[in-house]
Design a protein around this ligand. Structure first.
Ligand SMILES: [Zn+2]
Length: 287
């Protein structure tokens, strides 16, 4: 890197900690590949231009987001444009989880982050439906709420409540205490019916932001699901267990989950059903 000369073209000092209560400044970098990278302005210290005489290396801009970390280097030729956007603020401070009021008719507040996560962009834990601990693999064989029945040659799920919200099978209640519980299918429908949805990359994580009529928002990272020993669909799908069991047949193998993905560049979300042994993320709500 001896032949790298760094020119401080501009030290664009961006708003650091003083932000309006309901907005957050985001530096959006539009890449020629069509991808967008977004950096909260409060973690961008400065932007510098680095020019190299080495024909193998590209000229690049460097985002210094923390003096204790290496800068993010983006080749100039790969940048279409950069813009500072004002997005709804997710949290009032860094003491997560917060109960976010989205102005919903029920009065339910949504947690700012997943159960087991330390911040909104973190995936948090994966849990089989009705289980309250994470595992190294998620199979019918190690699912606590089912047993193998040799007569039917299949797994039969235990006959727990149709709605486990607030029960000992509710991981939000068990991990976070009395104030929190798993959303039902109906709570997710209320979220879908009363909020707008936008796909964004937030703090380096692909996901979706739901914004209520009062301007407040929650972010759902695309954490995918944990099936057998693999996390799949990470970066392209968010999947949240609801508290609702799905009545299907005598095996009782299905429960409902909230699914978000992309179809034809538009967010697609709904409550669907799947097998309970699969590890999925959980979002909590509070009254
Ligand atoms: Zn928060």
């Amino acid at each position: 890197m001896q032949n790298l000369r760094v020119f401080s073209i501009f030290c664009m000092l961006l708003p650091i900690s003083v932000m309006a209560q309901h907005t957050e400044s985001i530096l959006s970098v539009y890449r020629s590949s069509g991808a967008t990278q977004q950096f909260p302005c409060d973690v961008v210290d400065s932007i510098t231009f680095s020019h190299t005489h080495d024909p193998i290396e590209d000229d690049a801009i460097m985002l210094w987001h923390d003096t204790s970390h290496d800068p993010v280097l983006i080749p100039i030729a790969d940048i279409d444009s950069m813009k500072v956007l004002s997005l709804p603020s997710l949290c009032p401070d860094s003491h997560h989880p917060h109960a976010i009021d989205l102005g919903l008719p029920s009065g339910y507040k949504w947690a700012c982050c997943n159960v087991g996560a330390s911040s909104p962009e973190n995936d948090g834990g994966y849990y089989a439906w009705g289980e309250v601990e994470e595992k190294d693999s998620y199979t019918w064989d190690n699912y606590n709420l089912a047993h193998f029945d040799s007569f039917v040659d299949d797994y039969i799920c235990n006959n727990v409540s149709l709605n486990i919200s607030g029960s000992s099978y509710d991981v939000a209640r068990v991990k976070w205490g009395e104030s929190w519980f798993m959303p039902s299918e109906g709570a997710y429908h209320e979220l879908m019916n009363n909020c707008t949805c936008q796909q964004i990359e937030y703090r380096g994580k692909q996901g979706w932001i739901f914004t209520g009529s009062n301007g407040n928002s929650v972010f759902f990272p695309a954490a995918g699901n944990y099936t057998y020993t693999y996390i799949t669909l990470k970066g392209t799908s968010a999947q949240y267990w609801t508290s609702n069991f799905h009545l299907d047949n005598s095996l009782n193998q299905q429960a409902m989950f909230f699914s978000i993905s992309m179809l034809d560049n538009r967010p697609l979300y709904n409550v669907v059903i799947n097998e309970k042994f699969v590890g999925r993320t959980v979002r909590a709500i509070a009254k």
